[in-house]
Design a binder for this molecule. Structure first.
Ligand code: GDP
Length: 427
């Protein structure tokens, strides 16, 4: 039971589609009252033993690494619950004006998205946009929750049409699984129990589906990645580097590469509050000590020398633009990736992503950039090098944000596609 698999998911929908009703009613019907959640988390942490509270706490404090570092702007609530079969973390993304940003932050660590659709309205532009965004953020599994079926007389025809519309629209997105389920969240139909009113639907209720759906945690098999969050130096004879394993695993004796420095060294110990470990895997917060005295600081990355991360000051990336003021080319923004921050300009927007198809399309006019909620492909030029990975290979080291230097507002979420060092950056 200690190793019950974890599923992280996010609910997406327009205001009033029934997101809160769905989660609240599902937990209630399953006998998991919200008050028990924290207690369940505490119990679970104790059960896991060796890592103390660290492990599960790390699971809760989450989202896009750079957004997490930005601290003041993070606005996503993570709720935890567990059934007999599985543990769940739901990213609850409140806010209207800031909804897209919160959704992007929540989706950046989710394996599955529950897309709410009002049965009366069907697949709206909003549903398409949410689908494109979650797909772009690396979510490979979706549930289309067709809610408020009571308001369309529990009609199978209405449901089938929505199912067909979504399949048609989603064929260009990279989803590995799509499950469409008819619901009345308000009454609990098809949440925990099969609905008698919609006997024509043969699939499992939502919770049963979520308990069983197979998702891969690619960060476990990814090459070792360890962004250094702080240098831990309580006394002269101890120097450790604290951080969060966000790819692969590490053992004492492993050779690791320090980037951007480019030097290899050996891991001496994996230190935790409860004693040393034989290994640490993706998802764990630890402190590493190294065999040699090397000057390493916050923002550096320790990684596998066999598959090292990229170092560059020129990025090709996808950008999701989050604010009303459109992107200005050649304006100096702050780019924040993990715990590293550097001034950066967007040199060019090379394509935009069409919401209707999810495909890249040329820009319509000369000088067009990205407007509110638009997604595009861009080239960025940074004042100094950063260490990163293509987002689709590692969501932690490949995700970044752009911040307006005057308002301190997060103006875009970015996903690295490739990184290169300019001549200046390489020296
Ligand atoms: P949210 O804004 O997406 O979190 O939506 P809420 O959960 O707050 O629900 C919005 C409204 O829709 C509330 O008045 C709910 O009672 C209602 N609602 C939710 N689910 C259903 C449903 O399945 N059928 C009907 N008729 N109303 C629902």
């Amino acid at each position: 039971i200690a190793d019950k698999p974890l599923l992280r998911f996010i609910t997406c929908g327009s205001v009033d589609d029934g997101k809160s009703t769905l989660i609240g009613r599902m937990l209630y019907d399953a006998g998991l009252a919200p008050d028990d959640l924290l207690e369940a988390l505490e119990k679970d942490s104790k059960k896991h033993g060796t890592q103390g509270d660290d492990l599960d706490f790390a699971l809760l404090v989450d989202g896009l690494a750079a957004e997490r570092e930005q601290g003041i702007t993070i606005d996503v609530a993570y709720r935890y619950f567990a059934t007999e079969k599985r543990k769940f973390i739901v990213a609850d993304t409140p806010g209207h004006e800031q909804y897209t940003r919160n959704m992007a932050t929540g989706a950046s660590t989710a394996e599955l998205a529950v897309l709410l659709v009002d049965a009366r309205k069907g697949i709206l532009a909003q549903t398409q946009r949410h689908s494109v965004i979650v797909s772009m953020l690396g979510v490979r599994h979706v549930v289309v929750a067709v809610n408020k079926m009571d308001l369309v007389g529990y009609s199978e025809d209405v449901f089938r049409q929505i199912e067909k519309d979504f399949a048609e629209f989603a064929k260009n997105l990279r989803f590995l699984s799509i499950y469409v389920v008819p619901l009345v969240a308000k009454d609990g139909d098809n949440l925990v129990k099969q609905s008698a009113k919609m006997a024509w639907h043969k699939g499992p209720p939502l919770l049963t589906y979520l308990e069983g759906v197979a998702v891969e945690d690619s960060s476990i098999i990814a090459p070792f990645r360890y962004p250094v969050q702080w240098v831990n130096r309580p006394s002269h004879d101890f120097r450790g580097f604290s951080g969060f394993v966000c790819g692969g695993n590490v053992r004492p004796g492993d050779i690791v590469r320090i980037l951007p420095l480019g030097r290899d060294t050996q891991v001496a110990r994996i230190v935790t509050y409860d004693g040393d470990l034989d290994s640490a895997v993706s998802g764990q917060s630890v402190t590493l000590t190294l065999a040699e005295e090397i000057d390493i600081s916050r923002g550096d990355l320790l990684c596998s020398p066999v598959s090292p991360a990229k170092v560059g000051d020129r990025l090709k990336a996808k950008l999701l633009w989050l604010v009303r003021e459109p992107l200005t080319l050649d304006k100096s923004y702050l780019l924040k990736i993990g715990s590293k921050t550097t001034p950066a300009v967007v040199a060019a927007v090379t394509a935009r992503i069409e919401i209707e198809s999810g495909l890249a399309a040329p820009l319509k006019e000369e000088g067009e950039t990205l407007a509110f909620n638009a997604i595009g492909e861009a080239e960025l030029s940074l004042d100094s090098v950063v260490v990163c990975d293509p987002y689709l290979e590692n969501r932690e080291t490949g995700g970044f944000i752009l911040i307006d230097r005057i308002t301190n507002e997060t103006v875009a979420v970015g996903m690295v596609e490739s990184a290169q060092a300019s001549e200046r950056g390489a020296t």
